[in-house]
Design a protein around this ligand. Structure first.
Ligand code: PLP
Ligand code: TYF
Length: 394
């Protein structure tokens, strides 16, 4: 039986982790996988998470099953965090999932169940897992232009032109904030134009939001998602708590479906429950419970928001430092985009050969498409990276 299995290409981002581990050079710098690291290179457990875990350990009396869609209190708390007042609560169906990836997977399956012909429009480039899951599900994919390799910003004209090809029954996958892998994002005026295009074509948006609080702030990063949700009849939102709560391995995420009205919400909720049951039954609870406790307790929430803000500002500071250093060394503004990008990532826009040279000659690890994790840097390594970029001739 097993001999009939095919080999699968490895995830390039995850493969880098091993390559980095195996590199004996003490000066090596890891700018690969998208995990937040502080200046000491540590991915800390957030203070509020530790405090909630302590409380939970003291108070938890059972680990019996919760519900197929997870704890309704988690759905309520995440609804408030992501959607705020954008839509009515009774319009939204929601189910906890194993991480944001689980939410993405369930969203795609729900789309396929509702319309087997649906084409999924994805940005070029997008997070590789989007493509790999869509391929696994054998769903049709159409790429839309996104990254402008000259400006390293968004090719918005190209994007809108490509989205003009959508029709009713299609879905467009949009990154709610902090685009992965480019770091280039739409402004709210551009989001409004995308919404106008959705209304014109009748296509449905699916928003993947995995970095709320990492870009311009918790509220600011949710603004586009809220604008979309309040403007279109239906949408799907896959949200991850891995990064903004630092609970990566707990697998904490949620899929929310904004339905046209209350009656469709019931049908949609039934489908979310059904899909959870088919794929993994009850979703993981531990991370979701911690998130709920934090969001519902004024002190824990304030402490979490403050720590998250420190994380955000530290990444912004590193961006500015890197952009300034590159300006000094290159005598030009051509790296100014690094300070404009938002979130954990920036795409340098150079070739795989140059990325390979950075690894071979300077022990600097970034993803082959020239995506670098800003949080992998600190004040000492920024000048080392900047010099390596210029020495390599990028
Ligand atoms: N979507 C995007 C764009 C991501 O970058 C990530 C990565 O972390 C996720 C979703 C989901 O992550 P997780 O499944 O770890 O919550
Ligand atoms: O893009 C990243 O680096 C993060 C982490 O298969 C990640 O989103 C990367 C690859 C993967 C799962 C998570």
């Amino acid at each position: 039986m097993f001999s009939t299995l095919k080999t699968h290409p490895a995830d390039k981002i995850l493969a880098l982790i091993q390559l980095y581990k195996d590199d004996p050079r003490p000066t090596k710098i890891d700018l690969g996988v998208g995990v937040y690291k502080n200046a000491e290179g540590i991915t800390p457990v957030m203070r509020a998470v530790k405090a909630a875990e302590k409380q939970l350990w003291e108070q938890e009396t059972t680990k019996s099953y919760v519900a197929l869609a997870g704890d309704p209190a988690f759905s309520d708390a995440m609804f408030d965090l992501v959607l705020g007042n954008a839509v009515a609560r009774d319009q939204v169906a929601a189910a906890a999932t194993p991480g944001g990836t689980g939410a993405v997977r369930q969203a795609f399956e729900m789309i396929r169940m509702a319309n087997p012909e649906a084409r999924i429009f994805v940005s070029n480039p997008t997070w590789p897992n989007h493509l790999s899951i869509l391929k696994h599900l054998e769903m049709p994919v159409v790429e839309y232009r996104y990254f402008d390799s000259e400006s390293r910003g968004v090719d918005f004209e190209g994007m809108l032109a490509d989205l003009g090809q959508m029709k009713a029954g299609d879905v467009v996958l949009l990154h709610g904030c902090c685009h992965n892998p480019t770091g280039a994002n739409l402004n709210l005026t551009q989001w409004q134009q995308v919404i106008d295009m959705l209304l014109k074509t009748g296509a449905m948006p699916m928003i993947d939001i995995a970095y709320q609080g990492f870009g311009d702030g918790l509220e600011e990063d949710a603004a586009a998602t809220r604008l979309v949700a309040s403007s279109v009849p239906e949408c799907l939102i896959a949200a991850s708590c891995s990064k903004n709560f630092g609970v990566y391995r707990e697998r904490t995420g949620i899929l929310m479906a904004v339905a046209q009205d209350k009656s469709l919400r019931g049908l949609t909720q039934g489908s979310l429950n059904y899909l959870n049951r088919q794929n993994f039954s009850f979703p993981p609870d531990h991370g979701a419970r911690l998130v709920t406790m934090i969001l519902n307790d004024a002190d824990l929430r304030a402490d979490w928001a403050a720590e998250l803000e420190d994380v955000r500002l530290s990444m912004l500071g590193l961006r500015q430092q890197l952009a300034d250093e590159l300006q000094r060394l290159s005598g030009s503004d051509r790296f100014g985009f690094i300070a404009q990008h938002r979130g954990m990532f920036s795409r340098l826009g150079t070739t795989p050969e140059m990325v390979e040279r950075l690894r071979a000659e300077h022990a600097i690890y970034m993803v082959g498409d020239s995506r670098l994790n800003i949080a992998g840097l600190n004040a000492t390594t920024v000048p080392i990276l900047a010099k390596a970029i210029i020495d390599t001739g990028i």
